[in-house]
Design a protein around this ligand. Structure first.
Ligand SMILES: Cc1cc2nc3c(=O)[nH]c(=O)nc-3n(C[C@H](O)[C@H](O)[C@H](O)COP(=O)(O)OP(=O)(O)OC[C@H]3O[C@@H](n4cnc5c(N)ncnc54)[C@H](O)[C@@H]3O)c2cc1C
Length: 380
């Protein structure tokens, strides 16, 4: 149970070959020789360039958090059959294909072949794609399309259990979560190599001391041992940080703009339609021509369906000028960064029930300061 998601990833940019590792050209190179391959000094990873003038944008996104977990459910409402698929908290990117598949299974229990799908975030696009693959004619009705959706304001990493439900309500959601998580993970691997919309890289967590278990609402509630590479504690010699506790694992990064663009374009190329059409009440849904409606409106579903157990958990990010040589993710006390193609994103906030989307500059300055200190102290 449980583990914090905000660790980061780090692509090993280069291994420092210690003096023992430098082989004279008169000596034969034995490629099986561990002295040639195994790092004898500290691992060298490139440093971030951190200063306030490198900040190119700041955003605050509202995670659509539901206390009992995402709602994937079929209901009858007036003349419509509604399949809900919303409320993914801090895990919507990660679980999108999995809950999309669960929604598709519910759609298959209906007699309809034409689907009105509400919402065009990562969950809506994944669900629409899966329905198309099963032969459904899908029209997306939405208030906004990327980049003007919450999904564009995410960190963009595999974190399937981040703020996905309240820990005390977690047991009831666990099996559905595991099913969604496993399906999503498999599906994500199919996008590898497609213009780098998804990449694997290293993620570090750097702490002065060993951390205790977390129990704040919505933190990582579940963990699957066998799905993805797990954290490994690093010996002092194997990392460049001035810290007693450093762990590393491989993790997936989603390059958000190109990922959404790729999948939305594919949906359109296969004949899907997108209509910009806000839903303001249940009457608007009733007026849609399709009998079957799949609801992927994220936080927008709260008001329309009067969902009292859903509220936002806001999260601020600050984007720095991209640095192509930096290809890892890292979390340390109170701050993290992730390196994507479109920039280096710093973050660290999670304000429960906050609807405020105004960036707080002092938060950004705090992260820049924490991460600058860490970089200054790096060995090598
Ligand atoms: C700071 C931050 C970091 C995050 N990091 C990660 C991460 O690393 N990994 C991860 O897995 N998840 C992460 N998340 C969570 C993830 O971003 C969300 O769970 C996910 O974006 C939800 O997707 P969605 O498609 O349900 O919602 P949205 O992206 O909000 O899409 C909803 C769609 O519905 C439409 N809509 C809404 N209301 C209406 C209406 N009334 N009428 C018509 N259309 C409507 C919107 O226009 C939009 O198109 C993060 C979130 C934040 C804020």
């Amino acid at each position: 149970m449980e583990r914090r998601a905000f660790f980061l990833k780090a692509g090993l940019a280069g291994l420092l070959v210690g003096t023992e590792g430098i082989v004279s050209c008169t000596q034969p190179r034995l490629y099986g020789d561990k002295n040639f391959y195994i790092n004898k000094g500290v691992t060298m990873i490139p440093k971030l360039k951190l200063s306030s003038d490198r900040i190119i944008k700041e955003t605050v996104g509202l995670r659509p958090f539901r206390e009992s977990g995402p709602r994937v459910e079929k209901i009858e409402l007036g003349s419509k059959t509604i399949v809900h698929n919303y409320g993914h908290g801090g895990s919507g990117w990660s679980l999108s294909w999995g809950t999309g598949n669960q929604a598709r299974e519910l759609v298959k229990t209906t007699p309809y072949k034409e689907v009105a799908l509400l919402g065009c975030g990562t969950v809506g696009i994944a669900t629409a794609t899966l329905l198309q693959e099963s032969g459904y004619k899908v029209t997306i009705y939405t208030k906004d399309v990327p980049p003007n959706v919450t999904s564009n304001l995410a960190t963009g990493t595999w974190s399937p259990s981040s703020r996905v439900c309240l820990p005390e309500k977690g047991e009831a959601y666990k099996d559905k979560w595991e099913d969604a998580c496993r399906y999503s993970f498999k599906r994500m691997q199919m996008s590898l190599g497609l213009n780098d919309i998804i990449e694997w890289g290293d993620e570090y967590r750097v702490m002065k001391n060993e951390p205790g278990p977390r129990n704040n609402p919505g933190s990582e509630v579940f963990h699957l041992e066998d799905l993805a590479p797990d954290w490994k504690r690093l010996h002092d010699k194997d990392h460049p940080f001035k810290a007693d506790y450093v762990v590393r694992k491989s993790n997936m990064i989603f390059n958000i703009p190109s990922y959404l663009n790729f999948h939305l374009n594919n949906f359109l190329l296969r004949g899907g339609k997108v209509k910009i059409q806000p839903i303001t009440s249940l009457d608007d849904i009733d007026a849609l021509p399709e009998k079957l409606v799949v609801n992927c409106m994220g936080l927008g579903a709260k008001e329309i369906f009067n969902d009292e157990e859903m509220y936002p958990i806001s999260g601020q990010l600050a984007c720095l000028v991209p640095q192509t040589e930096v290809n890892y993710k890292l979390a340390t006390n109170g701050a993290y960064f992730i390196t994507r193609k479109d920039g280096i994103y710093l973050g660290g906030t999670g304000k429960v029930n906050s609807w405020d989307t105004t960036p707080d500059r002092s938060e950004t300055e705090k992260w820049v300061s924490i991460l600058s200190d860490l970089m200054k102290e790096m060995k090598g």
